[in-house]
Write a protein that binds this ligand. Structure first.
Ligand code: UDP
Length: 235
């Protein structure tokens, strides 16, 4: 495997950790993803992970409470996922730190940019939890924001149920066409739903490269580092 990137942000949706169930955590799935992460770590790449929380709670989905409360619940879901990932990676002998955007110092470090960078330089994987710490945002926006802040080369977006970006949902339309390459401008103008528009604009404005790939097979992560052109590259 080649050291094709120096520093990456890996965005894992909460659903990716649920192993097809869509809800909760699936141990085998998590271990497979963590094994792949351990493998790419060997190239010397510095890895920050932004984890979602949709396998527990999505702020927008509830009509029973105000959006801010609902979003706060969603951010707490990401912390559960971060701790679960940390447990698996540490079990495999990989050094990690969890940093949360909402302070909970008994269980994780607060997010401090310079400290996060220091951890990365020392070879630790940093897992960013609790999103941006603010309601009305998403963990995709968090990934874009953290990628800017830590000067990441790229965001690798692992998707469940799809292996890249298509012109329409490939699970619904058999004639859907996959894009190998796209520009940020095309993503926004074609209305491709890779990430929410706040996250997409942040990536475009700050020229952050994205690779959208299928995480149903976690070996795809390794394939990217072996130089295989899989998924969709957005520049
Ligand atoms: N969330 C938030 N602010 C953030 C990030 C996340 O309020 O900066 C909340 C929001 O309710 C969101 C939930 O956390 O629905 C879970 O995050 P997301 O939906 O991005 O997770 P994913 O779809 O990647 O699993």
């Amino acid at each position: 495997m080649k050291p094709i990137y120096k520093r990456i942000v890996l965005k894992l949706s909460g659903e990716a950790l649920s192993g097809g169930k869509g809800h909760g955590l699936d141990d085998d799935t998590i271990n497979n993803i963590c094994s792949a992460i351990k493998e790419i770590k060997k190239t010397g790449v510095e890895i920050a992970i932004v984890v979602g929380g949709g396998n527990f709670w999505r702020g927008k989905t509830s009509t029973l409470m105000d959006r801010s409360t609902s979003d706060n619940m969603g951010m707490l879901g990401t912390v559960i996922n971060a701790l679960r990932l940390q447990a698996s990676l540490e079990e495999m002998g990989v050094d990690t730190r969890v940093q949360t955007a909402i302070q909970m110092q008994e269980i994780a470090e607060p997010y401090i940019r310079r400290r996060a960078i220091r951890h990365l330089e020392k070879g630790r994987i940093v897992i960013f939890a609790a999103g941006t710490g603010l309601p009305y945002f998403s963990t995709d926006t968090t990934a874009a924001l953290r990628a800017c802040e830590i000067d990441s080369d790229v965001i690798l977006i692992g998707k469940r149920g799809v292996d890249g970006v298509y012109n329409k949902d490939p699970n619904k339309y058999s004639d859907a066409i996959k894009f190998d390459k796209l520009t940020h401008y095309e993503v926004l103008t074609k209305g491709l739903e890779i990430m929410d528009s706040t996250a997409a604009s942040l990536c475009r404005d700050n020229e952050i490269d994205l690779v959208v790939f299928g995480l149903d097979d976690p070996l795809n992560l390794i394939r990217i580092f072996e130089g295989e052109e899989i998924g969709t590259v957005i520049k």
